[in-house]
Design a protein around this ligand. Structure first.
Ligand code: ADP
Ligand code: MG
Length: 458
């Protein structure tokens, strides 16, 4: 099992970086593989790591362990072991994780691969643990209202707002609540980029019918981050038909996006007007008061209490998103726990000020890069992903690969799968080619510079 686990660590390292491996996976032991029941038994050093990994990385575990062990989506059981506390490394640096000793050890749980009918709905995101304030009360009320009579009231519901403000949380909360009220409803949560790759694969493997059938049987469709569908004409076309069919049979549809429908670039007008035909609500950055309430609730769910002054201080430091707010709280709690100090204002100041300096620069994602490419080459996403080797198209594709490698820390495998399921050797070959051409082609050098400039302004 040791070899498999090491291989898994290498993959995660390549895919999402060393921080995740160091912070979470290195401390986990792959205890045993039950090849009959197809269950991988893992042991985490404590309940916190167990819960965190379960909440955030279960799919990743299932996917890669499945591949390494040659089974399709195995079950993964994570148990919280008890480790000798002296084994925990003492550190002065502000760590990224909380390991509150007070977290109660929860029972060993087996997590089954998600049944397709519930399409990966995360139980941890509920209406109960969503803090309401003026910045999100309309979105909350609309989201809650549709769970009473899905498909009948606000359809589609469109929630937009900047990243990290609770859109995904609300979508899952809708899914969970409808599941409670209507246990037989078929609910699918699908991030738009997954929808896109699902569609592209359906075309590649001649499975468009299966794809359509799947979507036509759904009662509630929750599409997250709809902006990823922009500039993907064929996917939009397919989506348009799915949307119409569901809408006409009064099935509930909910979208989230970082932009108002009319501001999403590269969306066909007829689809745009469909998106806007229900209720549109936004979420914005909460006020200081709501931020404090969120901090207190999050601390409580970690079995910690923080007093008003500290909550006020942390809340006033974070202005960008609730995700960052959570991150700041986690750093403070972690530091206090690991250094066995009380949580004081002084401690919070030390941790958060230090974190400011080490904060990573803003990550660029593949879709930003594609937006740059679309501005300089006349191809849609599907055409870029196709097999066609026309010279200019091949160049556009290679430039996309080049920029993805240069501007993100994603692996060749990720780049390949984003660009129509190409394997990593194809990407390597493309990169070599573009680098070779770049040497002598000043025009291309200039073009790439201009594309980069555009990407950085997105
Ligand atoms: P988005 O999808 O808008 O980028 P998320 O839904 O992923 O944002 O939210 C980021 C984090 O912030 C999540 O952990 C979520 O639980 C938390 N969060 C956002 N809004 C709230 C809220 N109102 N109350 C409690 N937690 C929230
Ligand atoms: Mg989200």
């Amino acid at each position: 099992m040791h070899g498999t686990w090491n291989e898994f660590l290498n993959i995660v390292h390549e895919e999402i970086g060393s921080r995740v491996v160091e912070t979470w996976f290195k401390s986990i032991k792959f205890e045993r593989w039950d090849s009959i029941e197809k269950i991988a038994y893992l042991v985490a050093p404590n309940a916190f790591v167990k819960d965190w990994v379960q909440k955030h990385y279960m799919q990743l575990l299932q996917m890669h362990l499945g591949r390494l062990l040659h089974v399709d989506m195995p079950r993964v059981s994570i148990e919280a072991g008890t480790r000798n506390p002296t084994e925990t490394k003492k550190t002065n640096a502000a760590p990224i994780l909380v390991i509150p000793a007070s977290v109660a050890q929860t029972k060993n749980s087996i997590v089954r691969a998600n049944k397709p009918r519930y399409g990966h709905i995360n139980k941890n995101y509920s209406f109960e643990n969503f803090v309401i304030g003026p910045s999100n009360s309309l979105a909350y009320a609309a989201a809650y209202a549709i769970t009473e009579q899905p498909g009948n009231r606000y359809n589609p519901l469109f929630i937009y707002g900047k990243s990290g403000l609770g859109k995904t949380h609300l979508l899952h909360a809708i899914g969970n609540e409808i599941k409670n009220r209507y246990p037989d409803a078929i609910i699918l949560y699908q991030p738009a980029d997954r929808f896109v790759s699902e569609f592209i694969n359906a075309i590649r493997f001649n499975k468009v019918h299966t794809f359509q059938r799947k979507y036509h049987t759904i009662d509630v469709l929750l599409i997250d981050d709809l902006q990823f569908i922009s500039h993907k004409e064929h996917t939009q076309e397919a989506f348009f038909h799915i949307f119409n069919a569901l809408y006409e049979s009064h099935k509930q549809i909910v979208f989230s996006s970082d932009l108002f429908p009319h501001d999403i670039e590269g969306i066909a007008d007829r689809l745009r007007s469909r998106l806007a035909c229900g209720l549109i609500t936004d979420i914005y950055m909460p006020s200081l008061e709501t931020k404090i309430a969120i901090l207190k609730k999050k601390a409580a769910s970690n079995s910690e209490v923080i007093d008003d002054e500290i909550a006020h201080f942390i809340a006033s430091q974070v202005t960008s998103s609730i995700r960052e707010l959570e991150g700041a709280l986690i750093r403070v709690l972690a530091f206090a726990t690991l250094t066995k100090q009380a949580i004081t204002i002084d401690l919070a100041k030390r941790v958060l000020n230090r974190a400011q300096y080490t904060k990573q620069k803003k990550m660029i994602d593949f879709n930003q890069i594609m937006t740059g490419i679309y501005k300089f080459y006349p191809y849609s996403y599907e055409v870029l992903c196709s097999k066609s080797r026309n010279k200019e198209l091949a160049q556009a594709r290679q430039v996309a690969m080049f920029l993805m490698k240069k501007l993100t820390d994603k692996s060749l495998r990720d780049i390949g799968s984003f660009l129509g399921g190409r394997d990593h050797t194809t990407i390597m070959h493309g990169l070599q080619k573009v680098e070779y051409v770049l040497h002598k082609d000043v025009k291309l050098q200039e073009k790439i510079k201009s594309i980069e400039k555009v990407i950085h302004t997105i």
